[in-house]
Design a protein around this ligand. Structure first.
Ligand SMILES: NC(=O)c1ccc[n+]([C@@H]2O[C@H](COP(=O)([O-])OP(=O)(O)OC[C@H]3O[C@@H](n4cnc5c(N)ncnc54)[C@H](OP(=O)(O)O)[C@@H]3O)[C@@H](O)[C@H]2O)c1
Length: 228
């Protein structure tokens, strides 16, 4: 049985990951932001395998407080899922710079800071894995216009995870950035290609299957390699 920590679990892909990992028998730590856990998560508390923890991923004090709460607990899988699409204005000639920086704080910086804070927990696992939900919108091989803040923050997140994979290989920690598909969530919108259930199912399967031989690969929700 895996112990899994999922950030940004109040809705969207994160919430569905919580549900599916619980169904597969895992112990789940789900994080939410704000003072009280949302009903979407408290509704799932009938199982004693779910624990809810507050986390604002951009706040180092919040990350450290989470690490203290989890001290001594082995974690097999950390899923850096929390993310934002970025500001309304994010084109080359109309850029909300504050919003761009916020996108970097949440999408790029936070996954590294959280993973680093939870390394003692990962070190207690036989097969520690870190999955960061990035996006094919950050892939350098794809030529598409617009959405500069989001694309650049996810491209940078891919790079951070590629470097982290190399850094943590000796410690046997598998690190993979993952494109979750274009998913029907608040972020993906209703015209997206796949349901949240399909995306989460793919991510759960790949999270269960990846080994240190996969570390540093950029994967899709279907478990295929995505070009950088
Ligand atoms: N949907 C897609 O098509 C798609 C495609 C490619 C990649 N992705 C990536 O997949 C991940 C999940 O996306 P989604 O579609 O499920 O998005 P979503 O429905 O908008 O949910 C995002 C989640 O992230 C949390 N979050 C945002 N900022 C946070 C912060 N500062 N601290 C803590 N939690 C924070 C939100 O918390 P609140 O509920 O408190 O706001 C929410 O739970 C994101 O990283 C996104 O970039 C999504």
């Amino acid at each position: 049985m895996n112990t899994v920590l999922i950030t940004g679990a109040a809705r969207g892909i994160g919430l569905e990951l919580v549900k599916q990992f619980l169904e597969s028998g895992s112990q789940v730590f789900a994080t939410y932001r704000g003072n009280t856990p949302p009903a979407s998560l408290t509704d799932l508390l009938s199982t004693n395998r779910l624990s809810l923890r507050p986390l604002e991923v951009t706040d180092q004090n919040s990350i450290e407080a989470l690490a203290v709460l989890l001290e001594g607990i082995s974690i097999d899988i950390v899923i850096n899922n929390a993310g934002i699409i970025g500001p309304k204005d994010q084109s080359y000639n109309k850029m909300d710079v504050k919003g761009w920086i916020e996108a970097f704080e949440i999408n790029t910086v936070a996954p590294l800071m959280l993973t680093n804070a939870l390394l003692p927990n990962l070190a207690m696992s036989d097969r520690p894995r870190v999955i960061t939900i990035t996006s094919q919108m950050g892939a350098l091989n794809r030529e598409s216009k617009g959405m500069l803040a989001y694309r650049s923050s996810k491209a940078a997140a891919n790079k951070v995870m590629q470097v982290l994979a190399l850094e943590l290989k000796e410690q046997n920690v598998t690190v993979c950035p993952v494109h979750p598909g274009w998913v029907k969530t608040d972020m993906g919108g209703e015209n997206a290609e796949i349901s949240v259930e399909e995306s989460a199912q793919g991510i759960v399967t790949l999270a269960n299957n990846i080994t240190i031989a996969d570390t540093g690969k950029f994967l899709t929700w279907e478990g295929k390699e995505h070009p950088w």
